[in-house]
Design a protein around this ligand. Structure first.
Ligand code: GLC
Length: 423
């Protein structure tokens, strides 16, 4: 009897403890219960060389939760197409953790493809302020920032020094130097990424934001693009192509092609993400030691960069949500974030790394990048973002190829974007 009572008490305590474990697992996993086990991590295939060793670090210490990397195409657009096709299949999805472009968070969350995550589980306060916002939708956290990004202006330091000219701060200075200095050295003036894909939307948004305009309102619904400022932004790019200080070849450039032109010594100025600075400075590059980076110019001084980067999200249908959250905590931990920079040349989300003297010595653009990130603006936050971006690309491509004026383009954009947000 006494034994029975003791056993009953023991069983009761055990039950309470076990229930507590299950409940806390369910909470930690976000929603939908605990679950540990092997994982797949899907990511765009570019710039992932550094990731294998980082995941090996996890696999060594988490044998029951090994992660397999699934590399999708390099281009963000094609990766988007493959991921969304897979996720529409629901339960049968191949991916547990998704490394998604920051601008997909709203679409994936609204579609129910990724699950909300508990804020308390991740070190959000240690991140650079604007990046957390790219991971939220409807007031909830749907992903965890992993890599950030902001456009910078790379320039040929050696040439500007010879000319006794500081790097440009305004569009007028950029245009002047691109027109007058570049030809003296047999170079093209300025390029960004003007091929019709997500990169074109980024370049257009940066020009429009820098001129004080916008594309959609903060709610992601209201269309605000029909303005003199947006027109001035589009005009800056169109004028460059028309006048030739932006080479026609830039209409075929994505990030890599434009970086290559700069690295081969064919360009005086390049708009690109900071990885291009790291690669073009590496041993073997023709322009190593000859380049500098500043914030993007705008009409009256430094302009506004678009906030880029990627977030880690958990597939709603994963069978191992707890392991997924644990892997994300690992990938956003300080030591791993340090390696994202040192091995991957990608901008980390942890703020403290930008002040680390050793890192600043190795990556001299870090202070400039930090300012560019904290003053950057997100792309329009809309569950229909992919459609919004396609409209921007199509209309601006017509302007850059001389088939439409910037004035009629902002009116057409307004009409077509209104149709998208009504969908
Ligand atoms: C970079 C950015 C990403 C952006 C893409 C455009 O990968 O991090 O946010 O959408 O470039 O090509």
């Amino acid at each position: 009897m006494r034994w029975n009572r003791a056993a009953a008490r023991y069983l009761l305590v055990l039950a309470v403890v076990l229930t507590g474990c299950v409940a806390s697992n369910a909470r930690e996993a976000g929603n939908g219960g605990g679950g540990r086990g092997p994982l797949t991590l899907a990511t765009a295939g570019d710039l992932t060389g550094y990731l294998g060793p980082l995941l090996e670090g996890w696999n060594r210490t988490h044998p029951g939760e090994r992660v397999t990397l699934v590399e999708l195409p390099d281009s963000t657009d094609e990766t988007h197409a493959q991921m969304t096709t897979d996720l529409r299949g629901g339960d049968s999805s191949r991916f547990d953790v998704l490394n998604i472009d920051v601008n997909w968070t709203s679409e994936f969350a609204a579609a129910g493809w990724i699950r909300p995550l508990p804020r308390s589980r991740f070190p959000l306060r240690s991140f650079l302020p604007p990046v957390v916002d790219t991971a939220t939708y409807d007031g909830r956290l749907y992903a965890v920032p992993y890599v950030t990004n902001a456009g910078l202006l790379l320039y040929r330091k050696d040439i500007l020094a010879k000319e006794g000219v500081p790097p440009p701060r305004t569009w007028a200075e950029l245009e002047r130097d691109a027109k007058t200095i570049a030809p003296k050295y047999g170079l093209d003036g300025y390029a960004g990424q003007l091929f019709p894909y997500e990169g074109l939307t980024v370049n257009v948004a940066e020009a429009v934001y820098s001129a004080g305009g916008s594309i959609l309102g903060a709610d992601g619904d209201r269309v605000t693009v029909n303005s003199a400022a947006a027109r001035a932004g589009i005009d800056f790019l169109a004028r460059g192509v028309r006048e030739g200080w932006i080479p026609k070849a830039a209409l075929t450039y994505q990030e890599e092609e434009s970086k290559q032109a700069f690295q081969d010594g064919r360009l005086l100025f390049l708009r690109n993400w900071p990885y291009a600075y790291a690669v073009a400075s590496a041993a073997g590059s023709k322009v190593a030691g000859k380049i500098g980076a500043v914030r993007l110019p705008g009409p009256h001084g430094p302009g506004t960069s678009v906030l880029g980067g990627s977030n880690l999200a958990v597939n709603t249908h994963t069978r191992h949500p707890d392991s997924a959250a644990r892997l994300i905590a690992y990938l956003t931990s300080e030591p791993v974030q340090r390696q994202v920079l040192t091995r991957g040349a990608l901008p980390p989300v942890r703020a403290a790394l930008y002040d680390d003297p050793d890192l600043v010595k190795r990556f001299p653009y870090l202070p400039t990048l930090r300012t560019a990130v904290v003053t950057a603006s997100p792309r329009p936050k809309s569950p229909h973002y992919d459609q919004v971006s396609l409209v921007v690309q199509a209309v601006v491509h017509d302007v850059l190829t001389g088939h439409e004026t910037s004035g009629s383009a902002v009116r057409r954009l307004a009409r077509e974007l209104a149709a998208v947000s009504r969908r």
